[in-house]
Every structure is written in C-alpha cells, then in structure tokens.
Design a protein around this ligand. Structure first.
Ligand code: DQA
Length: 143
C-alpha cells in the first residue's frame, strides 16, 4: 500500500510562515512524522510539494500509476482550482483533503473548496496531526 502526500503553494515555508496560524512544525517535520506513522500502520508514504498548479495536476495524474490513495493539502489552490478538482475526478483514487488550519473559522474566501466535493473526506483544524489522521482514514479506504 502506497500513499502520496501532496502539498501545494507556500507550504514549503511552514515553520516560518504565519506560525500563529500554521504552527512551528516544518514541512520536513510533517513528512518525517507522516512517514513514521505510515511505517507503523504498514503504508508506504511518498511526498511531493509544489508552488505551481500545473505541477500539482501532473502529480495527481501520475499518482494512479503507483499509489492507491492521495493526501492533498492544495493550500490556496483549494479555493480557486477547477483544474485540481478535475484532476482528482479523473485519477480515480481516494483523496483525503487536509488543512492545518480550520478554514471555516477564517476569512470568507477560505470557506469554499473546489477539492471537497471530489474528496473522500476532509480533515482541517488539527495542525500537523491532520496528516496522520488522513493516513488512518485512507488506510481504511484502501483496505
Ligand atoms: C491551508 C489553508 C489555505 O486557506 C491556505 O491558503 C494555505 C494553507 C491550511 O493548511 O490551513 O496555504 O491549506
């Protein structure tokens, strides 16, 4: 079982970026924690981050070839990207949408997600821990 964890724009800055909202955990920390959790529950984890919408679409398109599920924090593209919505629909894999922050307690423009209608489920507001929760949820889905 293999899951790809895809992170979108500005998440490479985690740890330095608005720590009062996103915490002090870096993306590298998140990847290490998620990999360790995956090892424990018998799921291989692979990581990809990009600031470019097209590269994220490419990663979702490619995922079907070697993975059985996707954890996706599309960051700001969550709220704008029909292209990511369509890519998820086309790829046929279960996707768990993750956000570190609770997008519903923040600005109005973060309340709508193009990802949610095509995701198996959404985890938001639990910080870095959300990735581990998403992995547990996906593990059941791809059983
Ligand atoms: C985010 C929430 C988005 O609204 C924001 O644009 C991000 C991060 C989160 O993980 O809380 O970049 O996806």
């Amino acid at each position: 079982k293999s899951v790809i964890v895809i992170n979108g724009p500005n998440l490479n800055l985690l740890g330095k970026r608005e720590p009062e909202i996103y915490g002090s955990t870096t993306l590298k920390d998140i990847e290490e924690q998620t990999r360790a959790h995956g090892d424990k529950i018998g799921i291989e984890t692979v990581f990809f981050q990009s600031n470019s919408e097209g590269d994220l679409v490419d990663a979702i398109q490619r995922a079907g070839a070697s993975h059985s599920g996707i954890i996706l924090n599309a960051a700001a593209y969550t709220h704008t990207s029909v292209a990511l919505h369509d890519a998820i629909k086309a790829c046929g894999l279960p996707v768990v949408e993750v956000h570190l922050s609770n997008i519903f307690s923040r600005e109005e423009f973060r309340h709508h997600s193009y990802i949610s209608p095509v995701a198996a489920g959404v985890i938001c507001g639990f910080g870095a821990k959300g990735y581990g929760l998403a992995l547990d949820a996906l593990a059941d889905l791809i059983d």
